[in-house]
Write a protein that binds this ligand. Structure first.
Ligand SMILES: Cc1cc2nc3c(=O)[nH]c(=O)nc-3n(C[C@H](O)[C@H](O)[C@H](O)COP(=O)(O)OP(=O)(O)OC[C@H]3O[C@@H](n4cnc5c(N)ncnc54)[C@H](O)[C@@H]3O)c2cc1C
Ligand code: HEM
Length: 402
């Protein structure tokens, strides 16, 4: 390893309480010194600004085990083509990172510390630049997709049918990111409910999140004929290749989309023993039961368990019901397991399923991302007294620090 991770960690501890200021400084420095770069970022950075910076600091802190990060960084670098990030932007981002850290570190900033950060950043940037450069030149940075249908499946949920302008290289179980001209440069992940059909169309299930920027536009405003941008496919929660193991799947809310895509893939593969739990918080959560009923009716290898609390019950009640159902399922040894739903679903259920003898290597789900809620500023009392995680560090995405 070319740098000392302990030096980076120690210097980070000096600044982490000033996270919000540091992030603002970082972007101000980046945009002031690099005209044109601001246009690559979404307009409402005041609320969204943590994404790039959080990832940067988190990755630097995890570099003790670069092997673990290789695949992640390569995918991130390839994905950055859609942001129009070019190799020459990387030194600029690195310089602003160092400038921000230096500004808030005071006397703790030494030449040794600066060198450690620069080297750590260099390792990450190199991995991303190389991966982007290795993408064949004829691979689009993004796919323009025509919205061919919009169906309101529940009051706050739309099923969108999209037709990308080029063949889309997607495997059931992956996810993709979507952007709309209605909110330029804002990209959010969604899990298609099918692999591209013979006419190259895909289906997205989008639930409107309160105050959500893109989900509100997708559910309320987007109309057939409109164009959306799709980033390259991401994620590894696909069916295990060649596996004959029984399957246990859990879908909660729009997590059903990913599970539906996997079930359709299973059908194409000839099917094998599978139990799917479809968990609902309320009536609107089970918005596609007809499709599930059809699948169960047509395929004897598939069993479905619906888990929905009484109307008006709390979210906690819905989760308890699902947990009880899984508990009754019993021994999960030797099962391929797929979990898809809200961000807290996978970590919570994985712990339970491991107790039910699931093999951790056979549990698949999308990366658990933080929800970037920046709307509530810290009060002075919280700032000094509350012992909580630094809000702009997504500690969950890559698992707990080693
Ligand atoms: C791998 C992956 C796959 C996903 N697949 C789907 C999918 O198939 N269908 C789907 O509808 N969504 C899916 N999501 C969630 C989706 O990416 C967006 O987070 C969601 O649509 C909100 O985006 P927004 O721009 O509307 O909200 P933002 O403008 O980003 O957020 C506005 C407010 O909502 C809160 N918020 C953000 N996301 C959520 C959330 N998921 N639940 C509750 N509150 C939230 C924020 O903290 C913030 O306060 C997926 C997320 C991931 C990581
Ligand atoms: C080693 C350096 C970098 C790392 C680790 C990194 C990491 C990330 C991550 C994880 C995200 C969030 C992705 C998402 O939410 O889907 C992101 C977003 C972004 N990155 Fe990078 N990035 C790096 C360099 C760059 C460079 C050089 C540019 C080009 C100027 C860039 C431009 C962007 C843009 C425009 C976004 C979207 C911002 C947003 O949605 O708020 N990044 N980056």
């Amino acid at each position: 390893m070319p740098f000392d991770p302990a030096v980076v960690r120690a210097s980070f501890a000096v600044v982490e309480r000033r996270a919000d200021h540091l992030t603002k400084y970082f972007y101000a420095h980046l945009f002031t010194n690099n005209p044109g770069v601001e246009a690559l970022f979404p307009a409402r950075l005041a609320e969204q600004r943590d994404r790039l910076f959080a990832a940067l600091t988190q990755l630097v802190l995890r570099l003790e085990d670069p092997e673990k990060l290789t695949g992640y960084l390569a995918a991130l670098g390839r994905d950055h083509r859609k942001f129009q990030a070019a190799p020459e932007h990387y030194p600029a981002v690195g310089a602003s990172l160092i400038a921000a850290l230096k500004h808030f570190s005071g006397h703790a900033w030494t030449p040794e510390v600066e060198q450690a950060w620069a080297e750590a950043y260099g390792v990450i940037a190199r991995a991303m630049i190389d991966a982007a450069a290795a993408v064949p030149a004829d691979t689009p940075r993004w796919w323009d997709a025509e919205v061919t249908d919009v169906r309101r499946a529940a009051p706050d949920l739309a099923v969108l049918t999209l037709r990308p302008d080029h063949p889309y290289p997607f495997t059931a179980g992956q996810y993709l990111t979507v952007s709309s001209e209605r909110h330029p440069q804002v990209w959010r992940p969604y899990s298609p409910a099918c692999a591209p059909r013979p006419d190259n169309t895909l289906e997205l299930h989008v639930r409107r999140v309160p105050d959500g920027l893109l989900s509100t536009a997708l559910v309320n405003d987007v109309r057939p004929g409109e164009t959306l941008r799709l980033g390259p496919p991401l994620g590894e929660a696909v069916l295990a290749e060649g596996s004959e193991r029984p399957l246990l799947m859990v879908a909660a809310g729009t997590g059903w989309a990913q599970i539906k895509a996997l079930l359709e893939q299973l059908v194409r593969n000839g099917g094998r023993s599978a139990t799917v739990f479809v968990a609902a918080r309320d009536d609107h959560d089970q918005y596609d039961l007809a499709a599930l009923h059809d699948l169960v009716k047509e395929h004897a290898w598939l069993h479905a368990v619906l888990s929905a609390p009484a109307p008006g019950a709390s979210r906690g009640a819905a989760i308890r019901l699902l947990r009880d159902g899984l508990h009754n399922y019993g021994d999960c040894a030797g099962h391929d397991i797929h979990l898809s739903g809200p961000p807290d679903l996978a970590p919570a259920l994985t712990a339970q399923l491991l107790d039910q003898r699931a093999d951790p290597a056979l549990v698949r789900h999308d990366p658990v991302t933080a929800t970037f809620n920046r709307s509530r500023p810290l009060t002075p009392a919280e700032w000094f007294l509350e012992e909580r995680d630094v809000p702009w560090i997504n500690r969950t995405e890559l698992g707990p620090p080693t």
